[in-house]
Design a protein around this ligand. Sequence first.
Ligand code: GDP
Length: 422
Amino acid sequence: LPESRLYQSNDKSPLQIFVRAKKKINDIYGEIEEYVHETTTFINALHAEAEIVDKAERELFESYVYKVAAIREVLQRDHMKVAFFGRTSNGKSSVINAMLREKILPSGIGHTTNCFCQVEGSNGGEAYLMTEGSEEKLNVVNIKQLANALCQEKLCESSLVRIFWPRERCSLLRDDVVFVDSPGVDVSANLDDWIDNHCLNADVFVLVLNAESTMTRAEKQFFHTVSQKLSKPNIFILNNRWDASANEPECQESELAKVKSQHTERCIDFLTKELKVSNEKEAAERVFFVSARETLQARIEEAKGNPPHMGAIAEGFQIRYFEFQDFERKFEECISQSAVKTKFQQHSSRGKSVSGDMKSMLDNIYERITIFRNLKQDQKNLLTERIQGTETQMMQVTREMKMKIHNMVEEVEEKVSKALNE
Ligand code: GDP
């Protein structure tokens, strides 16, 4: 479907592109599965009746049943994945919390994320976490308990803790966005493992910087490695803690604008000239100046029914708040379009090839059936001809016999009357 037709007036979120595409492809695969089942039953019956299909062919059809079921399972689990990177304490967890509109991930001193934390939607209103390699669901009642659980678990820095949070609590979780928080890029020597284990299927990367300082070598290096392993990753850059700059006592507006344009230029150069992942125009749409902490506070106030500015930390709240919303909008557009391409393009071409293969096999079988039927028809015709021939012969014989008998009777009659006369 063209993207414009995937939008609907009642839900304008760009994430709906993915949501609708996922529904559509799942429905199509549902139909393919039915078709594959029906065909396999038919083929098996055909084999039992007339032996038109051989064993190898039947096995091939059956293999499609498993193939389609496996793809359906993957499809149901497909989601949009965003991963957050940056130095410790730049505010990665805070950005995720602000987007989720709730303090889900522990943040702040003493709560540095020392392993990968993935937040994803759960069904049935349950909140729980699962550690790597275990099927056990650890119940989570509140954020404190979650923070404690994360601290207590002896976790290796590249291991993954999955936090399941009720879908209905956040529209991003409802729409299948999965968030991955990472330990600071400054504390790890295993960046390669990180990328292999957690990044290769990410649709969007968010680099969270501290707007009060410049980008570090570690942060740059990490993204250099990412862009070597992935072709043109989607990277957004958030200059976080922008409220702190506004809070500087001697910071004039013109000074702030200068700092902002310097940071912007560096970020754009990084994306275009260093990583070469986007052009100037695209890169300019990927750099933002925000305050995650303030946005989260504003949203918590909003949830209580208060005006968002009650969460403001410093002057200029409104602009930063808008900028965060702008980031979210562009992020949503980017992630859903990218995920549709990376996740579904492959499945739709597989679906096409499965149905194409089955069609040509069925065409082939149909041809064989036609030949078989014609052969039977020929045999039938031959038989009918023979029967007809026999019938004609029989008639003739009967007629001849009749004549003979008639002649004989006449002869006898003649002889008898002659004898009588004599
Ligand atoms: P992480 O280690 O990158 O996940 O960073 P955290 O999200 O844990 O944040 C570290 C500390 O910085 C916490 O105390 C946050 O409250 C604080 N923080 C995060 N974002 C902001 C922000 O935008 N402004 C201010 N002033 N503080 C922030």
